[in-house]
Design a protein around this ligand. Structure first.
Ligand code: ADP
Ligand code: 5GP
Length: 188
């Protein structure tokens, strides 16, 4: 049976997590793919909920063991990756797996699953607004925010490789748009 998968990618701060959480509330058949990362937990994040937090050494050991479906060094020394076992576990449980990954990861997962996957790129209305949201979220240092903003223009060049692009300007409009895209994709 060919189970479907949903991929969300965006610049950090675009509102991807907000949209993903909304979708998860709307459709209990969606299961969030918990990635591994070697960055520190931020805010109220807990191991095994938002991420599996690994040391860089543990992350490298799992790379060497070929345990990842895909992984990226998204920022210097900050690895993020999706475990094959995580996707299999949820897929076997009959769930539609939902990925929240960086733009390269999104393109790679889409290539791997082809028509089984719907890939959505979440775009902020502008870089200025992206900056406002990253500052407003209040979870990152100024230095981390600058690194994330510097990367945004580069990340934007990946947008045409996604099935759909959703501009997250008015949050309610974006929520309705992603819900419709996902519902239509899962219909048949
Ligand atoms: P990401 O997961 O893409 O890094 P978040 O979902 O954490 O982004 O959103 C970044 C910040 O922007 C959060 O504080 C969130 O509440 C806020 N936000 C998300 N969508 C909107 C929107 N459409 N308008 C204004 N603020 C938003
Ligand atoms: P954050 O530190 O804000 O949680 O995430 C930074 C970036 O890493 C985001 O773009 C997020 O989507 C991405 N990311 C999270 N998990 C993975 C993953 O498993 N693989 C890849 N390639 N990127 C990921």
């Amino acid at each position: 049976m060919s189970k479907k998968l949903i991929i969300f990618s965006a610049h950090s701060g675009s509102g991807k997590s907000t949209l993903v959480q909304y979708l998860m509330q709307q459709n209990p058949n969606l299961a969030f793919s918990i990635s591994c990362t070697s960055r520190q937990p931020r805010g109220t994040e807990k191991n095994g909920v938002e991420y599996y937090f690994l040391t860089p050494e543990e992350f490298r050991r799992r790379i060497d063991n070929d345990e990842f479906l895909e992984y990226e060094e998204v920022y210097t020394d900050k690895f993020y990756g999706t475990l094959k076992s995580e996707v299999e576990r949820m897929s076997d449980a009959g769930k539609v797996v939902l990925f929240d990954v960086d733009v390269k990861g999104g393109v790679n997962i889409k290539k791997y699953y082809g028509e089984r996957a719907l890939s959505i790129f979440v775009m902020p209305p502008s870089i200025e607004e992206l900056s406002r949201r990253l500052h407003g979220r209040g979870t990152d240092t100024e230095e981390v925010i600058q690194v994330r903003l510097d990367k945004a223009a580069y990340e934007m060049t990946f947008a045409p490789q996604f099935d759909k692009v959703v501009v997250n300007d008015d949050l309610d409009v974006a929520k309705a748009e992603v819900l419709k895209l996902v519902t239509d994709f899962l219909k048949d």
